[in-house]
Design a binder for this molecule. Structure first.
Ligand code: ATP
Ligand code: MG
Ligand code: MG
Ligand code: MG
Length: 465
């Protein structure tokens, strides 16, 4: 038994060998006189393999003739050079076993034609059978593995931060609360109402919105660490760039400043793009041709050129002088909106761009106050077509400054005592960032909606699976 990928590459030995492939019928064509061309795909690579089945097969009339797209098959036969365009080998079947027919071929959701992305979201369990979602799935895998490899090569340790948390690191109030179904034993307040603040074994708990604070603890011992796992945000807006459940990579580096992690972000992104271009050439060629013309060139171009870095203050001037009519007014002290981020990346620079040193009042409490007293050492990496893909910062390592920022944000210092300990016991300058994995995948593949960058999207109004 070989994968379709191995078969298309000529199997494991000389041609004329007998191989077995297993998979699902992608398309098929029956020509007159008892001859069927069945294209079988098993997810291992972009192209399906052509299985040539003739009336000599014992089950040709009873089964093979009745195959349709989506059926499960195990085909055995001679691997021979193919006359067909774009594929080197095909299989001359000596046996085609049908493991499962498609119940009603006319209503099988994945017809051999182009479906709308909206429709495919309704059949998220079947969409990996399309060319597009097969390619997205393989690129997603390659990117995930590249992330672990690149960070390992840089000397990082992968740690795992809790999914159940008790503090709101981002202060954005978009957390999902945890509760139990044990209604009879729910904690009650004085008036007999449910006390949600005590629902997690006597405490209040949420799903994590970021592992950063926990990662900092480990960076203060292991020097370079990262967390990479699912992250949850109760985003109330229905956008093409927010999911309620997404994956985030968060590296954190001790003895590093803002410039150091801007450089890390650059090495990191370029390494990921390189891996995709090298290992997923067929899939990228498909995105380039069918999804976003220029998808390959823009990655190549991005790898070649150094990152552009712009100060937030200069970015505001650029936006104000752009002559563009933005929906949201631009002013110093106001956070950049997607339209502004996209303008900077798409029109001003034409590539991803790093914006640095944001006003302190629009960024999280843990970011380090700059000497100007007005800005913090924060950076966002903005990509064309999507906007922010990375948010990072140098962290405030001085306890007195941190406390002042916590007061300013109205945070309860008691809750964060463990985090403040990190500044009490051997504090060092440190910095890190968070990369939204699906946003990066959207950028790489040239997709338009983040719901197509994760197998089973979780968002307001998403279908149930
Ligand atoms: P945005 O301004 O786009 O809402 P953010 O500033 O709230 O993003 P951060 O808290 O900086 O996001 O999180 C780090 C990264 O995680 C972001 O740069 C982005 O790539 C990703 N991210 C944030 N929220 C989501 C989401 N709801 N779905 C998918 N990715 C997200
Ligand atoms: Mg947000
Ligand atoms: Mg943001
Ligand atoms: Mg951010």
């Amino acid at each position: 038994v070989v994968s379709v990928k191995q078969a298309l590459a000529g199997g494991t030995a000389a041609a004329d060998q007998e191989v077995t492939v297993r998979g699902w019928v992608r398309t098929l064509r029956e020509s007159k006189g008892g001859l069927s061309f069945v294209n079988v795909s098993d997810g291992s690579c972009f192209a399906p393999i052509q299985v040539v089945a003739t009336a000599d097969l014992a089950n040709y009339e009873t089964e093979v003739k009745h195959l349709s797209a989506g059926a499960g098959v195990i085909a055995t036969g001679k691997l021979v050079p193919s006359q067909g365009k774009g594929q080197a080998f095909e299989i001359q079947a000596t046996k085609v076993e049908v493991t499962g027919f498609v119940e009603n071929p006319l209503t099988y959701p994945i017809q051999p034609k182009q479906h709308s992305m909206e429709f495919l979201r309704e059949v998220a369990h079947l969409r990996p059978r399309t060319n597009l979602f097969g390619a997205v799935t393989r690129v997603r895998h390659t990117m995930m593995m590249a992330i672990h490899r690149i960070l390992t090569e840089q000397g990082f340790f992968w740690i795992n931060t809790p999914i159940i948390t008790t503090s709101d690191a981002e202060g954005a109030g978009d957390m999902f609360r945890l509760s139990t179904l044990d209604l009879a034993n729910l904690p009650r307040d004085d008036k007999g109402g449910i006390d949600w603040k005590k629902d997690f074994f006597g405490r209040e708990a949420f799903l994590t919105v970021s592992g950063q604070l926990n990662v900092e603890g480990y960076a203060m011992a292991m020097s370079k660490v990262y967390t990479f796992g699912p992250t949850f945000r109760a985003e109330n807006s229905n956008t093409t760039r927010h999911l309620a459940e997404f994956w985030m990579v968060e590296p954190e580096v001790a003895f590093a400043d803002l410039n150091d992690i801007a450089s890390l972000a650059e090495v990191f992104l370029k390494g990921i793009f390189k891996a995709v271009l090298e290992e997923r050439a067929d899939d990228m060629a498909f995105f380039d041709e069918r999804v976003m013309p220029g998808a390959v060139a823009r990655l190549e171009n991005f790898i070649e050129k150094p990152f552009e870095r712009i100060d937030y203050t200069d970015a505001i001037t650029i936006l104000q002088n752009s002559g563009k009519k933005f929906e949201h007014p631009v002013a110093w002290g106001v956070d950049l909106q997607t339209e502004h981020e996209r303008y900077l990346a798409e029109e001003h620079v034409g590539r991803p761009v790093v914006v640095m040193n944001y006003p302190e009042e629009i960024k999280a409490f843990y970011m380090r106050l700059n000497d100007d007293g007005k800005t913090v050492a924060a950076m966002d990496v903005l990509a064309p077509g999507i906007g922010e893909i990375i948010g990072g910062a140098q962290r405030e390592e001085r306890l007195d400054y941190l406390d002042r920022r916590m007061d300013q944000f109205g945070l309860d210092k008691e809750t964060y005592n463990w985090y403040r300990d990190l500044r009490r016991y051997g504090t060092v300058p440190h910095a890190g960032f968070g990369l939204g994995f699906e946003r990066l995948l959207v950028y790489v593949c040239g997709l338009t909606n983040i719901r197509d960058a994760i197998p089973y999207p979780r968002a307001a109004g998403s279908a149930e699976f």
